[in-house]
Structure formats: structure tokens, C-alpha cells
Design a protein around this ligand. Sequence first.
Ligand SMILES: [Zn+2]
Length: 260
Amino acid sequence: MDESNARKLICEIGRLLYDRSYVVSSDGNVSIRLDEDRVLATPTMTCKGRMSEDSLAVTDMEGKPLTDKKASSELAMHLLIYKERPDIKAVCHAHPPHGTAFAVAGLAIDKPILSEVILTLGCVPLTDYGTPSTNELTEAMRPFVKHHNALLMANHGAVAYGEDLWQAFDRLETLEHTAKIAILAKTLGGANDLPKDAIEKLINIREKAGYLTASARCQACGYLHESEISCGVSAASNGAKVSFTREELIELLSQAANLS
Ligand SMILES: [Zn+2]
């Protein structure tokens, strides 16, 4: 995306985040990866509902400013995601109230309660608390970035990312909507989980349709481990990729242990 359109889009998404109460005051931050070496990001200490296109900051991949505008202090979170996931071109961080309530209560959004969420987002893990804008926060997030497209940060908020900014925003919105439904269902006596076979069908559909790749099988959600869907463990053998189910791998490891 060219820089001028990226500037317009960040301001549009900023207004949406503010109008939908996903952020208040100067909360949250949004960025787009302009190319290999540059990121366009929301400025520090600015309400996302009233940004101007020329207020946005441009940095390199280490966060060094390339113009006179200063990026959000939470940019390190975005840079971590771009480094871990070359497929990701936009990041959206906010404090949406229902999703953040999960993060404050110490809960992940990882129950198999909504078919379309399993299809399009998968589950959202809760990462350990880390002081905002420090290495603590990025190190807590790092293990989860590869297989998930949205994360909750304990006692802080949520971040979602995608191939473009609309996809990142949509994922954030799905996270928030799911959290809201889960809270409402709880007040009605509790949500019913989808059964194992229904989950397996959904995982197969989402991979065939290209909504999520097989990498999402490795997400940190209990229902994947209880179903027949397993995280493929790849091993290089003469250049060929071999994958095992969790059970096969345990069997191989125990055989190896018996031999030694
Ligand atoms: Zn924040």
C-alpha cells in the first residue's frame, strides 16, 4: 500500500476504534508495514479518534524515527509481531472493554462456543503481564505470536494483526464481540461448548477455505488438544518434511527412551 493511502486508512481505523469505545483518551496504537524497512504508526499521546494524516510517525524496523514525528511508546509490540510474522502487514492494539475484562480477570478467550470464531480467528491466549513499552511486555508475547492472530495481555488489553489493516481491525472486533457474547452467556447460566467432532469439521473447513493455515492447529487452546486435531511437528529428513501427530511423537520418544 502506498504511504498516502496508508495514512488515510490509519486515521479511518483510529476513528472507528474510538467510536466503538475500543480506546479512550490516548489509548491504543495502530501501524502498517509500508515496506521491508519502514513502519507507519500512530503518534504518541494522541486520541485515535482525532488524528490527522500528517501527525503519523514513520520509523525503521528498530523503531528509530525517520521523520520529526514520535511514534507511540508501545511500538515495540508491533515491531515484534512484524519480525516474528513476515506475513503480517498491519497491527491494531486497543483496550476493548469486554476483551480487556477477560485480560483483567486472568482469562483467555479459548472456549469452543462460536463456530465462526473457530473458522476465522481461532482462540486468543492470555499472555503474562508485562510493563507497557518495556521488554517485559514483548517477551511475554513472543511465544504466542507465531500461531495466533490476536492476543490478550494480562491487566492491559488486546492486540490483533493481519495481512492488512482491515483484517487486523476485523480480528480485534471478533475478539471483542466473542468476549461480549461469552460474558452475556454466563449471565444466562453458561455457554455450551461445541462437541469434538463439530470442532474437527470446522478446522478442516477453515484450512480448505484458507481462513487460517495449519499453523493455527498449534494455538494454545484446550479444545484443539482434546480433539483429533494435532499440531504437526515437522522434522527435516533429507530435505523432506515429515509431520507427526502428538500421539505418534510421544510413541516415538518413548521407543527411543527404551532403546537407550
Ligand atoms: Zn495499551
